[in-house]
Design a protein. Structure first.
Length: 149
């Protein structure tokens, strides 16, 4: 029994045309691919923005915490110096650590020529002010009251 190759016979065996595509076999269009690439790019852009924002916020927060720590150290040093020097003198001198790179601390109210001014009497209070400057130029200020023991 002879085997039939196709309806047209032997010609089908030599036909090199691609078979007809059915609805489920269609490929993606250029528009669909471009839309997918744009959506993926938007998602990665959002992640990049979120990470860079959190990094800069973390740096700013770290600088504020460092400035607050410096101000508290200077305030504690001023109080300790006032307790030690004010009973016998009208001024006190603070000794503190060197601020980290980019930070500066300056004395304000209550200081004359770098020395703190002692309160006039044991029952009075002298205000002292310290200002820390952060690497970005932002300033933080701390005011304390110095009492003579």
């Amino acid at each position: 029994m002879a085997r039939q190759v196709g309806k047209r016979g032997k010609r089908d065996a030599l036909d090199v045309r691609a078979p007809r595509q059915t609805r489920g076999d269609r490929g993606d269009t250029l528009l669909e691919i471009l839309l997918a690439v744009v959506i993926i790019g938007a998602i990665f852009s959002a992640f990049f923005v979120a990470i860079s924002t959190s990094t800069s916020a973390s740096t700013a927060h770290r600088n504020f915490v460092t400035a607050d720590t410096l101000l508290r150290d200077y305030a504690e040093a001023a109080k300790a110096a006032a307790r030690a020097d004010c009973p016998t003198s009208t001024t006190y001198t603070t000794t503190t650590t060197t601020p980290p790179t980019g930070f500066t601390v300056a004395n304000g109210t209550g200081f004359v020529s770098g020395s703190g001014v002692c309160p006039a009497s044991a029952s009075s209070v002298q205000e002292a002010e310290f200002t820390a400057t952060l690497p970005g130029g932002t300033t933080r200020t701390l005011q304390i009251d110095v009492r003579t023991p």
